[in-house]
Design a protein around this ligand. Structure first.
Ligand code: SF4
Ligand code: SF4
Length: 181
């Protein structure tokens, strides 16, 4: 069984937002709704200010608090790592919105708190999610971490990686390349 994950090399991101737009087009989202966002983080003091652009999306956590709190089991974790939402079971209570430490849930026009789906349909066809294939700077690598020969498995061995808010115990399946690693 595959176990999918994403590796993001934020140092390569120029902030062009092509990934965000590709995702919005794929899922026909209105301009104000997006499943991946770019965080512009500044550090240091003038004149030694550094800016980092960090793409953030649903982390498809292995220990997803959004699924734990869901009273109807609308949010669920698949064996292949994807955290998905069964729209027919969702009652719009927003417990998942509050529980998510990454603030990635976005209400759609049907009152369902949507998010990145790791583009399950693309994976099943052997294709890459649009956010991955659209990026001109190869910021994202997506694939099966259980396959030692996958590109993501190989890249994860090349450089040290970290996860956002790992201390919360969510076990995210989105990893980031450490700067200077
Ligand atoms: S990032 Fe948030 S919405 Fe995604 S699986 Fe984790 S807790 Fe759930
Ligand atoms: S809003 Fe829907 S998906 Fe979120 S916790 Fe409630 S029922 Fe589950």
């Amino acid at each position: 069984m595959a176990h999918y994950a994403m590796l993001i090399d934020a140092a390569r991101c120029t902030g062009c937002a092509a990934c965000r737009v590709a995702c919005q087009m794929q899922w026909q989202l209105p301009p104000e709704v997006f499943f991946n966002r770019l965080e512009f983080r500044e550090s240091g003091k003038y004149p030694d200010v550094k800016q980092e652009i960090v793409p953030v999306q649903c982390m498809h956590c292995d220990n997803p608090p959004c699924a734990t709190v869901c009273p109807t089991k609308a949010t669920y974790k698949r064996a292949d790592g994807l955290v998905l939402i069964d729209h027919d079971k969702c009652i719009g209570c927003k417990y998942c919105v509050v529980a998510c430490p990454y603030d990635v849930r976005q209400m759609n026009d049907r009152g369902i708190p949507e998010k990145c789906r790791f583009c399950a349909g693309f994976i099943e066809k052997g294709e890459q999610p649009p956010c991955v294939s659209t990026c001109m700077n190869d910021v994202r690598v997506f694939g099966d971490l259980d396959d030692p020969n996958s590109e993501i498995s190989k890249k994860m061995k090349e450089k040290p990686v970290y996860q956002l808010a790992a201390e919360k115990g969510t076990k995210p399946r989105v990893f980031y390349v450490k700067r200077g690693g």
